[in-house]
Design a protein. Structure first.
Length: 92
């Protein structure tokens, strides 16, 4: 949501300093939530994403991933890679 839409909706936000590479941020959650889609945005199918991760790699099958896939309406398989070696492994 752009800053003008936030202003029109009557929400307060704090923007980054001039020239900062940040988007406006809410000082508190808005009382009314905005719906961007109705229902699951996906229509089935599968997708795979490889991303760097600096932390413990989660198990491939867990309740969070299952809930996320159900909410999205797709089968998203995340393949986190060691963030410290990601640039080296992505060249292979």
């Amino acid at each position: 949501m752009c800053a003008e839409h936030v202003r029109q909706a009557g929400h307060r936000f704090r923007a980054g300093r001039e020239g900062a590479a940040t988007d406006p941020a809410f000082l508190h959650f808005p009382s009314g939530q905005f719906a961007t889609v109705s229902g699951a945005p996906g229509t089935g199918g599968g997708h795979t994403a490889v991303t760097p991760l600096w932390g413990t790699v989660p198990t491939p099958v867990n309740s969070f991933f299952q809930a996320r896939n159900k909410a999205l309406g797709v089968g998203l398989i995340m393949k986190p890679a060691d963030g410290n070696n990601y640039a080296l492994s992505s060249r292979r």
